[in-house]
Design a protein around this ligand. Structure first.
Ligand code: NAD
Ligand code: UFG
Length: 363
């Protein structure tokens, strides 16, 4: 008997597929709904090898209300983990309409149909990008919010949308603000496969290690950080995946019910806006929580570990800063520790080793 049946929108993607593995290991049943815009059904074969069965898959778009209505009429879901969306900062600046349509309209359609079908619990893939660039790390959930690109704006707008539905319609939401997921499942059978030239550091470094690309550009070595290069909070994607299980269990057990509970368990440390118990609807809940390691790693450090793990030179040059970048971003993870009982377990080196295993098996 499964613990619960969950719908994973975007479940063929990088984070969704790893979360599927973690859910299967934890005794959950799930259905993947994905339009295939940034993933292939080959992921299903990887999942089958890892978990032993082929997951149930529906090729569909979250903006298709009729598909959702039909699905919810025939299948019972205790909740939804909503990964589906577009995620490239650069692309969002060129095509903001696509980002608003996919990320915002997609989420609105999903939530509306879920509520109509009586599904009230949702875990949402948010991002550290919702924090204003002026904040000093480590970032707490009550840090100032603000975005600098359309992708980030869609994430923040969806958080607000979910919060409104929590207030008025009893929706119960955990919004997980991911820091920088890297690596792959230890089997090497699933992993991250960016289409085109990778925009993010780790997949780019892996491409250079395989010889697919010549060198890494380090975007500035004059940042106010210990070695002058940008610092981020890189989290193993399996740790991130397990964070979803912990979040779901906190949500489904009723543990997140009230702001008062939260304040008590945090020794009355006040955190604005992280757990909005509904003012109009007693059931409603919006709880935003960071998923990171709490440790910062510089660009130079990540390249150095990648050199050690892969045994390749990984040539790197210093170039100018990337527009919109900030010096250092890492998470305060005490909320996830205290409320979900979750903490990232794997070291940076393991993330690089597992990411490299996946990459090596692809080439
Ligand atoms: P991904 O692109 O690998 O996965 C997203 C999946 O959603 C893909 O399989 C894609 O085909 C599917 N999809 C896109 N639009 C859809 C739609 N309208 N209907 C149905 N399916 C659709 O991305 P990911 O890295 O796994 O990210 C998952 C979520 O986490 C995204 O919402 C992303 O914005 C968020 N996030 C990712 C990161 C990161 O660094 N990877 C960081 C913060 C937040
Ligand atoms: N960097 C380089 N060279 C590269 C790519 C990146 O030096 O080729 C540097 C960046 O300047 C930054 C660090 O490596 O200092 C990490 O950059 P990424 O692009 O890998 O990650 P970001 O933190 O900039 O952004 C990512 C996602 C965002 C998300 C954010 C927080 O792209 O969508 O993490 O989750 F919001």
């Amino acid at each position: 008997m499964p613990k619960a049946t969950l719908l994973l929108t975007g479940g063929l993607g990088y984070i969704g597929s790893h979360t599927a593995v973690a859910l299967a290991a934890a005794g959950y049943d799930f259905v993947i709904l994905d339009n295939g815009s940034n993933a292939s059904v080959g992921v299903l074969q990887g999942l089958q090898k890892i978990i032993g069965i082929s997951p149930e898959f529906i090729r569909a778009d979250v903006r298709d209300a009729q598909v959702l209505r039909d699905l919810f009429a025939h299948r019972k879901f205790e909740g939804i983990i909503h990964f589906a969306g577009l995620k490239s900062v650069g692309e969002s600046c060129e095509k903001p309409a696509e980002y608003w349509d996919n990320n915002v309209i997609g989420s609105l359609t999903l939530v509306r149909e879920a509520l109509n079908a009586g599904i009230k619990k949702i875990v949402f893939s948010s991002s550290a990008t919702v924090y204003d660039a002026s904040n000093i790390s480590p970032l707490r959930e009550d840090a100032k919010l603000g975005t600098s690109n359309p992708y980030g704006t869609t994430k923040l707008v969806v958080e607000k949308l979910l919060e409104d539905f929590a207030r008025s319609q009893g929706l119960q939401v955990v919004s997980l603000r991911y820091f920088n997921p890297i690596g792959a499942h230890e089997s090497g059978w699933i992993g991250e496969k960016p289409s085109g030239i990778p925009a993010n550091l780790f997949p780019y470094v892996m491409d250079v290690a395989t010889g697919k690309r010549e060198k890494v550009s380090i975007f500035g070595d004059d940042w106010p950080t210990p070695d002058g290069t940008g610092v981020r909070d890189y989290i193993h994607v399996m740790d991130l995946a397990e964070g979803h299980i912990a979040a779901w269990e906190a949500l489904s057990s009723g543990k997140l019910k009230t702001h008062q509970d939260f304040e008590t368990s945090c020794n009355n440390e006040s955190r604005r806006g992280t757990n909005v118990a509904s003012s109009c609807n007693q059931e409603g809940l919006f709880f935003a929580c960071n998923l990171g390691t709490g440790c910062g790693t510089s660009v130079r450090e990540l390249i150095e570990v990648s050199r050690e793990v892969t045994g390749h030179l990984i040539p790197a040059i210093i170039t100018s800063r990337r527009p919109g970048d900030v010096a250092a971003v890492w998470a305060n993870v005490s909320l996830a520790q205290t409320i979900f009982g979750w903490t990232a377990k794997r070291k940076l080196r393991q993330a690089v080793e597992d990411g490299w295993r996946f990459k090596s098996q692809q080439t």
